[in-house]
Design a protein around this ligand. Structure first.
Ligand code: HEM
Length: 393
């Protein structure tokens, strides 16, 4: 008989007691989750709410992305004036209201999430991997989104790119998850619960938490409720000239150039004639006023009265044809939002101004003095401040 060396005997393979205890604890976990809230019906109702909020965030997120990176074949309209304000407000405030829904859902289903063994077959393994992708994607979107609106850029990657691509992973995993669980959702919606006590209270509590978040943030975009917006990082009415500021002139490093008496606005590129205008020249052009919101990608928005010259009038001076694309450039030396593209639908709009005044006074340096772009239905990062060149492409 061949004798096995001692290190190959069964006793040698027996896991240490601590590991055995950990495995036993994991396998016994589901049996301990006896609360009636870890239940299919609660998971299904929370799932329906999450489905609505995630799809809304996805759709409004795409709007924001394609406004900032328009595909060659499509142009975003300049009306209704406050459309972006609504879509981005929904994106951010709806995203915040999703937090209690997601936490409640994870709490309800965690016995399933931690099931042991982790997969019963190869197909089950793939399904479980997709569930983890779904949970990871949802947590990633919410955590990075909240850090971003808090202006805390703690992550080592560019937020917008990561948030955009993770949205597709999340939506893909969500659609598969819904298909997989659809029969339970149907069963929940079609049948009456036997004993709803406890479940109903829990779901109402989650709805109340989401509602409280909406109530304490919606004022960042809806000024009548501004006083309630205690959880919002920005509030309408707070900031220079009654308007919040994201990037100050000091932060952008443009203070001296913006105050320089030699400041000129240059219209150049594919123009019939190049035009150079001093601040006095700009002030001498026909003045127009527009009541327009400034709507930030981070969800806050506030309306203000802007006065200045129409961009289309300035382009007309340079003999620009009606279908040209235009790039507006800031005095900033660098930075992702130093320039912005203005498509014909926007620059031809009579409400699109190179603003010189805000709320009845000359523009504050932090709002883009001497001259800034303000156009209807456009993200704040594209309302270029400290404009000194308009390039026709
Ligand atoms: C961000 C969105 C969502 C996340 C993170 C999420 C997460 C989860 C997780 C981790 C599970 C346990 C899966 C398992 O391991 O078996 C689960 C179960 C379930 N989910 Fe979702 N889910 C989301 C959206 C939805 C949606 C949109 C629906 C339906 C409209 C839905 C309906 C269900 C149902 C019915 C179950 C089964 C509960 C049970 O069998 O007790 N979920 N969800």
């Amino acid at each position: 008989m061949v004798r096995r060396p001692a290190f190959l005997t069964a006793a040698a393979f027996t896991p240490p007691p601590a590991a055995r205890r950990a495995v036993r604890a994991l396998t016994e976990l589901p049996a301990r989750f006896s609360s009636r809230l870890h239940d299919e019906r609660v998971a299904a109702w929370l799932g329906i709410a999450l489905g609505v909020s995630v799809l809304t965030s996805f759709a409004t997120g795409l709007v924001s992305h394609f406004m900032q990176h328009p595909p060659g074949w499509a142009q975003w309209p300049s009306r209704p004036v406050g459309l972006y304000r609504v879509t981005q407000g929904l994106h951010v405030i709806g995203g915040l209201a999703t937090v209690p829904l997601l936490l409640a859902k994870l709490w309800t289903v965690y016995p399933k999430l931690l099931q042991w063994p982790p997969a019963r077959s190869a197909a089950d393994g793939v399904r479980r991997l997709l569930v983890f992708l779904l949970v990871g994607g949802a947590l990633f979107q919410l955590v990075t989104g909240i850090l971003n609106i808090s202006y805390w850029y703690a992550f080592p990657f560019f937020f917008t790119t990561a948030h955009y691509w993770t949205a597709y992973i999340l939506i893909g995993a969500l659609l598969i998850h819904v298909a997989d669980e659809w029969h339970k959702v149907r069963r929940t919606v079609m049948t009456r619960p036997g004993d709803a006590v406890g479940r109903r209270g829990f779901l109402l509590g989650v709805a109340a938490a989401s509602g409280a978040i909406v109530l304490t943030t919606v004022g960042e975009a809806f000024s009548p409720l501004a006083r309630l917006a205690v959880l919002a990082p920005r509030r309408p009415g707070v900031g220079a000239q009654g308007l919040p500021v994201n990037k100050s002139a000091f932060g952008a490093g443009v203070g001296a150039a913006a105050r320089d008496p030699e400041y000129r606005l240059i219209v150049t590129g594919r123009v019939a004639r190049e035009v150079t205008l001093s601040l006095a020249d700009l002030r001498a052009l026909p003045a127009h006023a527009a009541r327009l919101p400034i709507a930030c990608v981070e969800g806050w928005s506030a309306e203000a009265m802007w006065e200045g010259v129409r961009l289309r009038d300035v382009l007309e001076l340079a003999g620009v044809d009606g279908d040209a694309q235009v790039r507006v450039e800031s005095l900033e030396r660098g930075g992702r939002y130093r320039t912005s593209r203005v498509a014909p639908a926007h620059w031809r709009d009579p409400l699109t101004l190179l603003a010189l005044r805000l709320n009845g006074a000359p523009l504050d340096l932090d709002h883009g003095y001497p001259c800034r772009l303000i156009a209807p239905d456009r993200p704040g990062v594209m309302q270029t401040k400290w404009v000194h060149r308009v390039v026709v492409l």
